[in-house]
Design a protein around this ligand. Sequence first.
Ligand SMILES: Nc1ncnc2c1ncn2[C@@H]1O[C@H](COP(=O)(O)OP(=O)(O)O)[C@@H](O)[C@H]1O
Ligand SMILES: [Mg+2]
Length: 245
Amino acid sequence: MIKINNLSVSYTDKEKKLFALQNINLTIEKNSTCAVIGPSGCGKTTLIYALAGLLEKESGSIEIFGEKQNGIRKQTGLILQNYGLLPWKIVQENIALGLKVRGEDPKVIETKVNKILNKLDIEGLEQKYPAQLSGGQKQRVAIGRSLALSSDLLLMDEPSSSLDEISKEKLQNLILKLYKENQLTLVIVTHNIAEAVFLGQKIVVMKDSGIKDILDNPYFGDESLRYKMDFYKICLEVRKSLEKE
Ligand SMILES: Nc1ncnc2c1ncn2[C@@H]1O[C@H](COP(=O)(O)OP(=O)(O)O)[C@@H](O)[C@H]1O
Ligand SMILES: [Mg+2]
């Protein structure tokens, strides 16, 4: 389980202290998914950074799978909006990066990377540079890097926000498939209602640095959910929560 207790995070701007997160309380079960949705500036990215151990906390604490969080955790994967790929390295090297840093055997790395390329349906792109890829493909490579490191917790900041409608759904399908195939806990930040409902077992609605609502999504996990009325029912619930004062 991930436990966030009374978490507050502040930034100092022109000597003024501004709270990006205020008294956040949230639990996320291990091997479940949580979608965090809210308007721009409500604190979503700050929450993901805090979970990744990249920020100083003003107060409160985070516990990840039984351990009190204290800085960066090896098995946590973070996928940022701009993918974080190295432009001067080809796809294969970008996926292998973390394994190489760990000093893994080159043969083991090769096998792992090939398996991941297959899983992510990006075989044939291994020799390409990030600049030669579409947004969706870049996002797959970024996910591949986290998979290579056998992350047990994957944090994603608006994974599909820069993609067109069709690529968006394809990527969401892939994320759901990966979740099902691997022992993963997923936290996905989004401002897209459909994405939150398709990928969130739990849907956290944020506003003004705080949590406004937490909705359970009993239909999560159904790959054909978009073709069912239940999907739109939950979408409507999320919409109403977002619009509520
Ligand atoms: N490094 C920073 N310095 C000062 N203020 C920041 C910084 N990062 C974020 N903020 C502020 O914190 C608030 C929350 O930001 P953020 O977590 O990025 O929101 P979201 O991801 O929901 O759009 C915003 O008001 C933003 O301006
Ligand atoms: Mg953000």
